[in-house]
Design a protein around this ligand. Structure first.
Ligand SMILES: Cc1cc2nc3c(=O)[nH]c(=O)nc-3n(C[C@H](O)[C@H](O)[C@H](O)COP(=O)(O)OP(=O)(O)OC[C@H]3O[C@@H](n4cnc5c(N)ncnc54)[C@H](O)[C@@H]3O)c2cc1C
Ligand code: SF4
Length: 523
């Protein structure tokens, strides 16, 4: 039976957000016997509610509350109020996600040391090493049922993958496979095997894809220690005279203001809402926002170096059939500065349905070039490029000076400029992506501009020294002992890999730390 806690119960751990970080942390704390309340701004949709229709699904699941943008990135021009593609629902963005689950490479935890001083960046080393992370990665892979780990076979390759694989091998790449995916290739964990339905971004109707919505949270609720409160939008974290946090203020489904007391608060609203909440919680004691004595809350926003390449062939590919991310080329993932940039990138198959393709292939485009590309949709193959982008202090989330949400709180303004390293890496990736498709007979290729950000990272970063970041190696605020950050905003740097496995591993590790500290009464 799911728990129900009193608003005045100040013994509970309160988590803001139920996605990869918050949903995993809440479940793990409950499994350890700790009373936990997750407050989630979005609704709770179950598997049977998902719709296999791109725009209808987006309207159902995505965070469409207003945000504003600035900076030279093209997203600010094409989608000025949609800087990021994030879910507002129980399960967070693990409802939309594709399932690619890769570990960071060891050097990526030590980016400042490995890459050296690079003008315009705010590079730092993570205060954690790859060796320290290894057992937590192993636990996350087991928990999420990641293919090619724990004896779980890889997924079969669809046509989109077969085109990628053939082209990649022709240009000499070796590390080509259907990847490590948190999608069941065989029945596991009371969930069935992937049916290759092909709507992974729309919420997986078979439940084969791991999501905190149905693979974690119900296990936490079954302990009687976890309550998930949907449609509960947190607007402020409160503290006492000593600076310790005491609870949160939120609006419930009816818009009524509620106050949930707490022993400890964990912020897991994704890298745009988490810093916004800390900044909006300013007080006379903390005039620059909570956990912000370093001035780093909201700074160093990373979104991964991304872009896509589509190739048109003279025969049908039907890339939309089967898993959306069906395979990967990893030969470019290492750090080889001879290419003209530091860090590396992955090439991963991607398929968009025709409605999204029309919106994202070249936003705002019209005319023959664009129309004939859409005419050739059935003959297209697609890949996404994802690589390490540079943390820059000027890139980040601030409170918009004018725009307010329906609760009267300033909305997030997201500023982003590419660093020259990001641009050099993207151009390299575009040319390699085109070469792959041209090697197997593409008649046209389309390097495609980045979409609203799906990987949002770094705005409450971990640091060894309190003056360099917001949280310590456990995600615990340097300034306030009982305030934690539990999502992708903790990332010190982004690595080349899709981030969710690392977010989940960090949440499992943080749950252990919180349980220990509560047990020893040190928090
Ligand atoms: C289309 C798509 C495909 C993706 N594919 C992959 C992939 O293949 N591999 C990979 O590693 N990653 C992928 N990602 C990224 C991945 O989903 C995210 O990195 C991950 O879910 C982030 O976890 P999080 O805990 O930081 O935030 P989220 O999972 O986004 O959860 C945040 C939650 O907090 C809630 N919230 C925010 N503010 C408040 C508030 N004030 N009060 C209450 N609740 C609040 C939100 O509603 C949301 O539910 C993909 C993302 C998208 C959109
Ligand atoms: S392809 Fe597999 S993982 Fe994707 S939606 Fe279909 S069943 Fe789920």
């Amino acid at each position: 039976m799911a728990a129900k806690f009193d608003l005045n119960d100040d013994t509970v751990v309160v988590i803001v957000g139920s996605g990869a970080g918050g949903g995993t942390l809440g479940t793990q704390l409950a499994l350890k016997g700790i009373n936990t309340v997750i407050l989630e701004a979005g609704k709770r949709h179950e598997i049977e509610d998902f719709v296999n229709d791109e725009w209808a699904s987006f309207a159902q699941l995505a965070w469409t509350d207003m945000r504003t943008t600035s900076g030279s990135w093209r997203v600010a021009r094409d989608f000025p109020n949609l800087p990021a593609w994030i879910v507002k629902a129980v399960g967070g963005s693990t409802v939309h996600w594709a399932g690619a689950s890769l570990r960071f490479q060891p050097h990526e935890f030590k980016a400042a040391t490995t890459y050296g001083r690079i003008k315009g960046t705010n590079l730092a080393d993570w205060p954690i090493s790859s060796d320290e992370m290894a057992p937590w990665y192993a636990m996350a892979e087991d928990r999420m049922g990641v293919t090619r780990t724990n004896g779980i076979p890889g997924l079969p390759g669809n046509n989109n993958y077969k085109v990628l694989e053939a082209g990649a091998k022709k240009v000499g790449y070796k590390e080509v496979s259907t990847g490590r995916m948190a999608i069941n290739s065989q029945a596991r964990d009371d969930r069935g095997a992937c049916q290759q339905i092909g709507f992974c971004f729309q919420g997986c109707k078979s439940g084969a894809k791991w999501s905190t919505l149905y693979a974690e949270i119900p296990k936490g609720e079954a302990t009687g220690k976890l309550e998930v409160r949907p449609e509960s939008h947190v607007v402020r974290i409160e503290h006492d005279k000593s600076g310790k946090v005491t609870g949160v203020v939120y609006h419930d489904a009816a818009g009524t203001i509620r106050r949930q007391k707490a022993r400890l608060v964990c912020v897991a609203g994704n890298s745009i809402e988490s810093p916004r909440l800390l900044l909006n919680s300013e007080s006379s004691k903390f005039p620059d926002g909570l956990a912000n004595s370093s001035g780093q809350v909201g700074k160093n926003y990373m979104r991964h170096m991304t872009g896509s390449v589509y190739g048109v062939f003279d025969r049908p590919v039907k890339m939309w059939r089967g898993t959306t991310m069906a395979g990967i080329v990893q030969d470019e993932a290492g750090n080889d500065p001879k290419r003209g940039f530091v860090g590396g990138y992955e090439l991963e198959t991607l398929s968009l349905g025709l409605p999204f393709m029309a919106a994202f292939l070249d936003p705002g485009a019209w005319g023959r070039e664009f129309a004939t590309a859409l005419d050739a949709y059935a003959n297209m193959a697609g890949m996404w490029i994802v690589g390490e982008d540079m943390p820059q202090e000027k890139n980040g989330v601030t409170l918009d000076p004018k725009a307010k949400d329906k609760y009267g709180m300033p909305v997030a303004r997201v500023h982003f400029d590419d660093h020259p390293n990001d641009v050099a890496m993207r151009n390299h990736a575009y040319s390699r992506g085109r070469a792959i498709y041209e090697a197997v007979g593409a008649t046209r290729t389309f390097p495609t501009t980045p979409y609203p950000s799906t990987h949002n990272l770094g705005t409450n970063r971990m640091s060894a020294k309190p003056s360099d970041g917001v949280v310590n190696k456990w995600g615990q605020s340097h300034d306030i002992k009982n305030l934690f950050v539990s999502d992708g905003s903790q990332f010190t740097t982004g690595g080349a890999e899709n981030p969710t496995l690392t977010i989940v591993a960090l949440a499992l590790r943080q749950a252990n730390y919180i349980a220990e500290q509560l047990g020893q009464k040190t928090i």
